[in-house]
Design a protein around this ligand. Sequence first.
Ligand SMILES: O=P(O)(O)OC[C@H]1O[C@H](O)[C@H](O)[C@@H](O)[C@@H]1O
Length: 494
Amino acid sequence: MADAKTVISLPSGFTFDYTNLYGDGRISPADIAALSARLRAAHQAVAQMRATGEVRGHLSKDGQPEKVLFTQLPYVREGNLNTPASLARLKAFGQSLRHRVDAVISFGIGGSYLGNKVLFDIQCGEFWNSKDREARHGYPRLYFSGNNIDPRRTAELIGHIVDEAKSKARQAGAGDGTYRVTLVVISKSGATLDTMSTFMAAYDALQQAAPAIAVEVVAVTDPAAGPQATLLHRLAREQGWPVFRVPDGVGGRFSVFSEVGLITAACTGFDIDAFLAGARSMDEACHSEDIRHNPAMLNAALKYLAAANYGRDIEVFMPYADHLKAVAEWYIQLLAESLGKRTNRAGQEIYYGRTPVVAVGTTDMHAQTQLHQDGQRDKVVQFVQVGQWPEDAVIPNCFPAAASLADIAGLRLSQALDAAREANAAALIRDNRFNANFVLPRLNAFHLGELLYLLALSVAYEGELADVDAFDQPGVEAYKRLLGPLLKQMKAAE
Ligand SMILES: O=P(O)(O)OC[C@H]1O[C@H](O)[C@H](O)[C@@H](O)[C@@H]1O
């Protein structure tokens, strides 16, 4: 097994190279064989979840049986959660902002933010808001808020929008200089402190700047009506704000494939269809019962075994691409909330979990790699490589007299990037430091859909292997129970 490449390659070109996880001194065929009965059971459980939404032992926050339906999201059809009509409405919303709205502020936290940021980064990149409207193809600027209750950031964002509005008014002369802002408020529960407090701060301040600023609001929340309606839903009805849905059976950390994640994407012209097609293609690739042909089951089994049998219970998620850093941040919530569990499904205390860590190559080779190479043997470093870069400068020979610079001249930046990743992986495995590599042929919506869906489905498999409910998050209620009374106490003391 030693040095042969061990990979799964999909027809799309998406590849999972697990050579440095599997083989001599690493996870062995015997480890996999010993897990085979549980793998079969996990595969059946995931098949059952796909077919019916039923997951053994899973209950909602209120202790009611709840379906798990995220695997339905890539399939756009009548009767499913994403329908041709729901996607058409979403895209029409995005188009309605084009050439009309100056800025969108997306409010949300956790699953109501992280996926949106991933799609924004792929579509727009770091400099989107500095581009003029033409370069943005008429789409608005896009800002995020609510993903922290940070007073300074909130004030600075409001101040920035007000300044932008003043500048537009100055340039407009006799024309309509009104600055139009759409506030997209995303919250499944409809009452999250972080989201709602920052939303109200911005809503109030921007309303006060009328008529220079015109504010529209759109809500994304649980669509239940009547006594079950979320606070945000009730507000939206009262105020006449359009409502998009967080579908039943889709937890926040799986909601990037639903209207939650796709709404900000629609505001920037992101290719929603290609993204869902990528997720669909990965779902189809993960139907096989044979672990060697099912990337999600294989990924889950290898990571589970790395932790259980070899003590590697930290996963450093390290894309070699700035535009994929947000994927690592999204993955933190996915892994931490899904698998960090006190009890198994029988209620016994097992304290399961693998700790996720964000890293970016090459950046963190100059910050974390020392620890990965020489620290405790408790990590799997999961690389993500981009195959082809459409913009890929050749390093010029600016200073021929400087030998070490002349040596790298003529190489493309992507070659230097690949060499850095390869050297990192080789150095790690030389000392039996576990690592693996996902390869996205290109940085686009389709391959992103494949990657995110692979990771989401992997945690479903790993939940089965570890026998934990991957779809609840009871631990986050502990602080929430203390937070409400604390806020009341603070208010009473005012
Ligand atoms: O969408 P919301 O209801 O506002 O929730 C936002 C986030 O907050 C919570 O604390 C949960 O732990 C997350 O799973 C969730 O994504």
